[in-house]
Write a protein that binds this ligand. Structure first.
Ligand SMILES: [Mn+2]
Length: 353
């Protein structure tokens, strides 16, 4: 028997084609032997083993499996929007900037409340190795892991809220990649695969973390990127960084509509009531706090590393949490939920991560 085998990669699969030739003998009624030559051509297709080829080899990535929750969405008078952000997903070696416990609490809230909408108010990624600030060697090679973690967090969110509208607004950190490329390699911005004008540019976070595949709307373009919950309330990453709970007051002065903002890593809520031609109007400014670690592990102004290369812990004046926003066309009611370590209270019920 003669056999030839060829293997090649097609559409992310390993294809094995086997050509075989062999002979058989049969005898007819007279007892004469006849030799027959048989051919067999078989094609077998199987997924590429994970260790085949370079990581940069062009093959399709395994799809993220989403098992949507079967919980029923509760009946509500107003719409419920969960607002959260500032996870600062990133790594210094194996040490994370983001807080897995806080991120789990966020997922518990999504699963338990089944909101109509979830708005991420930016800085979900840190992208420290692309920042214009001084670099550290141990931030290098962390971008892929960060993109993978952000994607899995978004996929988890989608699984926990299969029917919710999910919106991700870019913060200053999400703009780092764009700036980083623009500085020395602007020609790469906007590049698409050949003959694919309708595809997303490859070097966009929206493409890299697969937002479209998860049905997540990306609002890009910090600092003006914003999402309006109704005519009176917008969510945006924000630019104010005052200490001590005074950012809310700044936002209330800046506009005559309400603002839900991130960036400060603080849980804040404040209201302002003023006269209008139609009567009195009350607006709100609120911040959900961070999903990042609040113990000095996020690179920034206060960040320090000792001579062993370890982050020196520090209590940042930050809090972790999220905002529950109940709203209609004309009303909005904001409930801040601050995380106490690994516990939180949602509408009077206690949860632990
Ligand atoms: Mn920010």
């Amino acid at each position: 028997m003669e056999q030839s085998k060829s293997e090649y990669v097609k559409d992310g699969n390993l294809v094995s084609e086997i050509d075989g030739t062999w002979q058989t003998v049969t005898k007819d009624n007279e007892g004469n032997a006849h030799i027959h030559t048989l051919h067999k051509h078989s094609v077998k297709t199987r997924p590429l083993p994970p260790d085949v080829g370079e990581k940069t080899f062009v093959s399709r990535a395994a799809p993220t499996k989403i098992s949507p929750t079967r919980r029923k969405r509760p009946q509500r008078h107003d719409e419920l929007t969960l607002v959260m952000g500032d996870a600062q997903i990133g790594f210094r070696g194996v040490e994370a900037f983001h807080d897995e416990t806080a991120m789990s609490m966020a997922q518990i809230a999504v699963r338990e409340l089944m909101p109509d909408r979830i708005v991420f108010v930016g800085d979900m990624l840190d992208l420290a190795s692309m920042s214009r600030f001084e670099q550290r060697n141990d931030w290098a090679n962390s971008t892929q892991a960060s993109i993978d973690r952000y994607h899995s967090f978004l996929a988890q969110t989608r699984a926990n809220a299969p029917n919710a509208e999910i919106v991700a607004i870019s913060g200053n950190h999400e703009m780092r990649m764009d700036k980083y490329i623009r500085k020395d390699a602007a020609e790469l911005l906007g590049l698409r695969r050949a003959n694919a004008e309708k595809e997303l540019a490859v070097l966009t976070l929206r493409y890299l973390v697969r937002m479209d595949e998860l049905g997540i709307q990306n609002i890009d373009g910090y600092p003006n990127a914003a999402y309006w919950l109704n005519d009176n309330l917008k969510a945006t990453h924000g630019t104010n960084v005052a200490k001590g709970g005074s950012n809310a007051a700044k936002y209330l002065k800046e506009a005559d509509t309400g603002t839900l903002y991130g960036h400060t890593h603080r849980v804040e809520t404040a209201y302002r009531t003023f006269a209008t031609r139609a009567g009195y109007k009350t607006i709100v400014a609120a911040s959900p706090g961070a999903l990042a670690r609040i113990t000095g592990h996020v690179p920034g102004f206060h960040y320090s590393v000792d001579d062993q290369g370890r982050t020196v812990p520090k209590a940042e004046d930050w809090q972790q949490g999220l905002l529950l926003v109940e709203h209609s066309d004309t009303n909005e009611h904001v409930t801040p939920v601050m995380f106490h370590g690994d516990t939180m209270s949602l509408f009077g019920k206690r949860y632990a991560a």
